[in-house]
Design a binder for this molecule. Sequence first.
Ligand SMILES: Cc1cc2nc3c(=O)[nH]c(=O)nc-3n(C[C@H](O)[C@H](O)[C@H](O)COP(=O)(O)OP(=O)(O)OC[C@H]3O[C@@H](n4cnc5c(N)ncnc54)[C@H](O)[C@@H]3O)c2cc1C
Length: 432
Amino acid sequence: MPPILDHVLVLGGSAAGMLAAGAIAPHVRRVTLVERDVLAGSGPRKGLPQARHANNLTPVACTLMEGWFPGIIDALVAAGATSLDPGGDAIWVLGDRPLARASLGRRTLLASRALLDGALRDRLRSRPGLVVRDGVPATGLAGTARAITGVTVRGADGDETIAADLVVDASGRGSRVVAWAAGLGASRPPEQRYRVGVRYATRIFRGRRAPDGVAMIVVAATAARPRGAVAFAIEDARWLVTTFGYGGEAPPPALADFRRFVAELQVPALDAIAAAEPLDDGAVIGFGDTARVGLERWRDAPDGLVVLGDAACALNPCYGRGITAAALQVDALVRELARGGPGLPGRSHRAVAAAAAPVFELQQSIDAAIPGVTGAVDATPPPIRWLVRRARRVGERDPVVARTILQIGGCEAPRSRLLRPDVLWRVLRAAG
Ligand SMILES: Cc1cc2nc3c(=O)[nH]c(=O)nc-3n(C[C@H](O)[C@H](O)[C@H](O)COP(=O)(O)OP(=O)(O)OC[C@H]3O[C@@H](n4cnc5c(N)ncnc54)[C@H](O)[C@@H]3O)c2cc1C
């Protein structure tokens, strides 16, 4: 079947944009990726301040990425990324004690964001039919309130309009695309938003994965402890440790204070990592709101435009699901492109929104209990809320329950998986 679209323009060259460009390319004749920053080297860039902090992939994201970029997982491992089973090779502290170790039977990767983005970028640049235009900021949309026909950009030779059959907005949480569409007369889609007020501090330490195979430690925030940390064994024999606090609590980057913050989390394996030789001076970053654009209810959305990634659903980064959510949204879009036929933009928006909404809702239900978070609503029915709390405690002893919790958190299974008889039985019959 011939491609249904001639030219797709992807706006934004970070994870969502690169995954989208690579995934869409086989389904259309041409793809152009437009990125404001110059994409060169592995140093920090203005549009990606999160690159110095922990950026997590899940098995779901790895599987999708490998499908769109065959061989990329092996290439990343060869470049030093750590391959792990996030159930068996990690310590997860979601409450007072760690979850039981439970293999997920699937693997994921730990790497710096620079290594990951560099691998994606190299593959994009060598794809036929795909052009990367970096150092080129988009300044607006071309077209009307009914149909977007391209993007205006500021290039080296002045302003120009790049025509496209479909514009995919992957320009991140600061995206102006919905506002630009409104400027053309389109309505604005509804939005869900709540305040997390999260602050991060990240440091790099020398060290390799632990002798028992542990390569990742996750200490989640709870209602009693609105702070946490993650540690990833990454390339070049380093551990990347990101600490975070809610409600204006700012983890300190200075070494002694950073170690004290880590020690207060009372996870000895994390203390041991942070006691090693420091390899940088630390970095900090903050986030105000988490927000989801209600694309499924954007009734008169213009044709020729799809919004995805952080631009559509800016998640709380403490859960490390931004790249996974972006991959799930790209997958939903590509399935619609492959189906073809009429009504593509409307269908795409509904499919993309359906991929992101459960991730947002799950996080919102947990965030709603955390002090300092405002405006979050936990819509979970009280019996399920009780079951989730109990499952978390039982999962500290029972590997089957622990595995189910990690599958739900890893976007591999819906929360209703806890109601499956074999899991429910274990949760209910356990003592305590
Ligand atoms: C501190 C922090 C920690 C995070 N930790 C994790 C984690 O552990 N795991 C995880 O999965 N996710 C994490 N995330 C989220 C993750 O980084 C994003 O979800 C992921 O990068 C996908 O976002 P995106 O590509 O949609 O947007 P972004 O990464 O924000 O990228 C948007 C891109 O669009 C470009 N752009 C913006 N405006 C324009 C314009 N006008 N013209 C051209 N280009 C433009 C920007 O330069 C940028 O390259 C974290 C985010 C932050 C901020």
